[in-house]
Ligand binder design. Structure first.
Ligand code: ZN
Length: 161
């Protein structure tokens, strides 16, 4: 038996202002999208904004449903829009922010497991990393250089060959 250690390095920024203007702009777009989320059940609004290599920014927010599993997370709303409207275009970064009506969230909130899997599909296909920036409503911003850093041992198309 051998033990393998998996390591991930994340960058932690004390505030949005430490980030480059392009990323601050992307986070602003994610915040705007977040505030339009449809979250009448959880009151937990999530906004995502991703930037394509062409410069196009695509946003998404969580869309809940009375039949709970029918809803969808912000990240997947955004990345599926990118995949359906800009097929084959490279995604450079994705910004993610959350807001609750119950309390101010200052803990950086990462994508859920299902979103990591969905995002990984695009990262594997485009053969270049998608940087993920995630935060709460306020406070620190965490950057992962790639989806694979948040999803080690990714299941991808290579297993289906
Ligand atoms: Zn999710």
């Amino acid at each position: 038996m051998k033990k393998h250690k998996l390591e991930t390095y994340l960058e932690v920024y004390d505030s949005i202002s430490e980030l480059p203007d392009t990323i601050q702009n992307l986070i602003n777009k994610a915040q705007q999208a977040r505030d339009n989320a449809y979250a009448p059940y959880s009151h937990f609004k999530v906004g995502a904004a991703l930037q394509l290599a062409s410069g196009v920014i695509i946003t998404g927010n969580n869309q809940e449903n009375a039949a709970f599993p029918s809803g969808l997370c912000a990240e997947r709303v955004a990345v599926f829009h990118a995949g359906s409207n800009y097929p084959g275009e490279t995604i450079l970064h994705l910004a993610l922010t959350v807001k609750s009506s119950h309390k101010e969230i200052d803990t950086p909130t990462p994508p859920c497991g299902a979103c990591r899997q969905s995002l990984a599909e695009y990262e594997v296909e485009q053969e270049s990393p998608i940087a993920i920036y995630f935060m709460g409503e306020t406070g620190k911003v965490v950057k992962a250089d790639a989806v694979k850093d948040l999803l080690p041992l990714v299941f991808d198309s290579s297993f289906l060959e």
